[in-house]
Write a protein that binds this ligand. Structure first.
Ligand SMILES: [Zn+2]
Length: 364
């Protein structure tokens, strides 16, 4: 194991890994940034390329190597950091000790298998194909559907559950992964997502950690239009930004981030070329989400729906973001359209429109 850890370390640059999370600036032979682990205005977080270590010389005083950084910033265990970094380094880990396989890894595997299962359904199941047709009518291209790994959960009560049980997982684990619901007072479970288009929600490394499900036959019944994963070991809606895994590099490169509401707005925006865009889904903008964005850029463009609910969400977001020192602009699209509809009716215009976003005045 030790030799593999050293091999990974020799192939990976701590500056590159940390640079994926914080905005590093050259400082002599080293790199410097605002510490991601405590609040500060003058950077005291240092990364040394020659020694491949990091250290905060501010109030938290944390430090370590590339493994400890990843564990701390992602809130994961060593085995999880090992897996992520091995993949990055192209090192194939020797047979995983099952005892070393973390809880987290188990739920990651379940989520990954479920995502693949839903994806296949969208291509092959009869109603799945209808769902795909609907997505294409909304303007999504085949390659976009693939990139965002959209899927279909059939109307069955236990199709996914049976698939995962056949793979060796317990129903209770599928429940803990947020994909099954237990019948009250009975030892029986059923699929949480049924008859819905599935939007996998990814972590920063592209690992599915949660799911959003949308009905697509508008009048099929009176069910909620959207259903999201509950809070699980992997997924906390207040700490996730949908699309950040796709957008993080572009946000840093363009030094700004466009915030939209919902899966379709996000996906259509990316397809239209607005790649520095992330979405809040099923929640108002939280301080956690803003703290994550702050690692990438200080400049926010809010493109929320301007109905009453959207307006309220925007107001709350603006107050929070202002307190954290963001520069905020608000984008209102022509005809009051949301980004998904606008991208469909006016292709390749979103980016230009985003530049017309107006700064927020004090007191609004
Ligand atoms: Zn610190």
């Amino acid at each position: 194991m030790d030799s593999q850890i050293n091999e990974i370390k020799s192939r990976i640059d701590v500056v590159e890994v940390i640079g994926g999370y914080v905005r590093l600036q050259k400082a002599g032979a080293n790199w410097r940034a605002n510490c991601p682990f405590h609040n500060e205005r003058t950077p005291s977080f240092m990364v040394s390329p020659s020694r491949q270590v990091w250290r905060c010389f501010g109030s938290c005083g944390e430090g370590g190597d590339v493994f400890s950084f990843l564990m701390k910033i992602e809130g994961i265990e060593f085995v999880d950091a090992l897996k992520i970094l091995a993949q990055k380094a192209g090192v194939i880990l020797k047979r995983e000790d099952p005892k070393l396989k973390s809880e987290r890894r188990k739920y990651c595997d379940i989520s990954e298998m479920a995502a693949g299962f839903f994806e296949k359904n969208l291509e092959t199941a009869a109603v799945g194909k209808e769902a795909k047709k609907y997505l294409k009518e909304r303007g999504l291209k085949d390659e976009t559907i693939k990139e965002f790994r959209l899927g279909w959960a059939s109307e069955s009560w236990d199709e996914l559950l049976n698939f995962l049980i056949a793979k060796g997982y317990k129903a209770a684990d599928v429940e803990k992964a947020g994909l099954a619901v237990k019948k009250q007072n009975e030892n029986r479970w059923f699929d949480r997502f049924r008859g819905r288009i599935i939007f996998p929600i990814f972590d920063l490394h592209g690992q599915p950690i949660g799911f959003g499900g949308r009905i697509f036959k508008e009048n099929a019944d009176k069910e909620a239009k959207y259903l999201n994963s509950p809070q699980t070991f992997l997924y906390d809606k207040s700490k996730v930004l949908y699309g950040l895994n796709f957008a993080k590099q572009e946000i840093r490169r363009r030094e700004k981030c466009v915030l939209v509401e919902g899966y379709m707005d996000l996906i259509m925006s990316h397809q239209d070329g607005l790649k520095h865009c992330v979405a809040v889904s099923g929640t108002a903008l939280t301080p956690f989400q803003l703290a994550i964005l702050k690692r990438y850029s200080d400049n926010l463009i809010l493109a929320f729906d301007m109905d009453e609910a959207g307006q309220k969400a925007a107001d709350r977001g603006i107050d929070l973001a202002r307190n954290l020192g963001f520069n905020i602009r608000v984008l209102i699209l022509p005809e009051g359209k949301d980004p998904a509809d606008y991208a469909l009716s006016h292709p390749c215009r979103l980016e230009t429109e985003a530049e017309t976003a107006k700064p927020i005045m004090d007191g609004k």
